[in-house]
Design a protein around this ligand. Structure first.
Ligand code: AMP
Ligand code: ZN
Length: 474
């Protein structure tokens, strides 16, 4: 399997470093409001990575975090639950967005049960342990509003900027204390922020051995970057295999994650591969909350699209190319998915043609689709091969085994849930189709048209073919 690695800036051969288990960490959502479909596209990309690792024959251990404590979640929880204790407000507020996120992950066809979720607020002692280590090594220092990471100290033994290749200006000594970082300059960043009145906080008594800061209680809360360094390595080991996220996370988030976990006498690598998806755009600009140019999943469902149409839209472009979101593109994706589903529906309606040629052609195309996925997750190319496989079927010629193989591939490796979304029609609907046929045979077109319209109202369209009438869902 081959993957583009942001660390090396090229497509490299990938294999897990041990045990045939691919260990993957995906930066998860900040649970302070509804994810937009740009965020969701990023999770489709990491889901395809997950599925392709399985397709390559590896077991996958995948961890995703919920950033449930940061500036935004704290602000949001205080506004939503002003009467609650700040910690209770935070948990109450973020839990509701976690639930929405999990549900939407399922709706867009992502694996959820095979992902291990980790909440920042449930890993505070582990973060405190790493911060203590950094203090002990002299790489972290205490300032009046928290504990900071010193890039200058780190740089004495390690190179800061492995991933983004950012160059440090000599004598940089700036510091940043909020969670929305400057994108262009490296600055010392907060590992731990001192308690502010009315905000959730945890005790942090730094133990002996990390003097001169021993014995004080630095009550407060973690910075954003430390959350991911700890939740990834604690669960997956160091170095683990693959770290994922959108390209906007390369700097400073992933760069700072690397610095924290490779400082001083810790292992030199955080992860062997970093895989980043490009952005979903609207009118050529990144879809973002701050630009107010975003749509959510409920927005597109309200316009009559299925969440899986959105998945198809994402798969239609390569994860390393930015995609423009437009209603026309979504309609095209919907058409493609409908076409695939309508072929899948033939399995309920026509007898097996026994055409072995179809099995051969489909197997060959599935192999090519597999090769495309193994080659840096080339979903658009995989879809082309699958389109070619879809095209060989017609009501007059369906080898059931070949069609089943095709559906299984699409569902297992692309998560489009074709089988599940194409159940057989009901007995009542079947009987209506028979009645319509009888009416037609008797040239009673008024009745046959009436039945056709009735079925259409139930979302079932009838077409006449050389092998009789064929139904399909719209
Ligand atoms: P956040 O919840 O803001 O931390 O973002 C969650 C994930 O979505 C991160 O991996 C981001 O890099 C990614 N992301 C944010 N905006 C977009 C976008 N417009 N297109 C694709 N991915 C995005
Ligand atoms: Zn992260």
């Amino acid at each position: 399997m081959r993957l583009y690695n942001t660390l090396t800036k090229k497509v490299d051969d990938f294999a897990p470093s041990n045990d045939n288990i691919a260990r993957v960490y995906s930066c998860g959502p900040t649970v302070y409001n509804h994810a937009h479909i740009g965020n969701l596209s990023s999770y489709v990309a990491s889901d395809i990575l997950h599925r392709t690792l399985k397709l390559a024959g590896y077991n996958v251990q995948r961890v995703m975090n919920f950033t449930d404590v940061d500036d935004k979640t704290i602000r949001g929880s205080a506004a939503a639950f002003p009467d609650l204790d700040p910690m209770d407000a935070l948990i109450e507020f973020t839990s509701q967005y976690e639930e929405i996120f999990r549900r939407e992950m399922r709706e867009i066809g992502n694996l959820v049960d095979e992902v291990q979720f980790a909440r920042a607020t449930e890993n505070i002692p582990e973060m405190q342990w790493l911060i203590t280590e950094l203090l002990r090594m002299g790489i972290a220092y205490v300032a009046d509003d928290g504990i900071y990471f010193s890039i200058a100290e780190y740089s004495k033994t390690r190179k800061y900027g492995q991933l983004s290749k950012i160059e440090l200006a000599s004598e940089t000594k700036s510091r940043i204390n909020n969670d929305e970082y400057d994108k262009d300059t490296a600055a010392d960043f907060a590992l731990w922020k001192s308690e502010k009145v009315g905000e959730p906080a945890w005790d942090f008594v730094i133990p002996q051995g990390a003097e001169p800061y021993g014995v004080q209680n630095f009550r407060g809360r973690p910075g954003w970057h430390i959350e991911c360094s700890v939740m990834s390595v604690d669960n997956l080991g160091q170095p683990f295999d693959i770290h994922t996220g959108g390209v906007d996370l390369i700097f400073p988030h992933h760069e700072n994650e690397i610095a924290q976990i490779t400082a001083g006498d810790r292992p030199e690598m955080m992860a062997n591969f970093f895989v980043h998806n490009e952005h979903l755009l609207v009118d050529g600009k990144k879809m973002a909350k701050s630009a107010n140019n975003f749509y959510t999943l409920p927005d597109i469902v309200a316009k009559g699209y299925d969440p899986l149409d959105f998945r198809m839209l994402v798969l239609q472009s390569h994860y390393r190319k930015s995609t423009n979101f437009s209603w026309e593109n979504l309609a095209a994706a919907q058409n493609r998915r409908r076409n695939w589903r309508n072929i899948a529906e033939l399995r309920w309606q026509v007898v097996d043609s026994g055409d072995d040629g179809q099995t051969e052609i489909v197997n060959d195309l599935l192999n090519q689709a597999k090769e495309a996925l193994l080659d840096d997750l080339d979903t658009p190319q995989a879809l082309k091969h699958l389109d070619a496989a879809i095209e060989i079927f017609a009501p007059s010629n369906v080898n059931h085994l070949a069609l089943d193989n095709l559906i299984r591939f699409v569902d297992d490796h692309l998560g489009l849930r074709i089988a599940e979304s194409t159940p057989d029609i009901s007995d009542e609907q079947k009987s209506l189709i028979t009645q319509r046929q009888t009416a037609r045979d008797n040239k009673n077109f008024e009745t046959s048209d009436k039945i056709r319209d009735e079925l259409l109202e139930q979302g079932i369209e009838i077409k006449d073919s050389s092998v009789g009438s064929i139904w399909s869902r719209k």
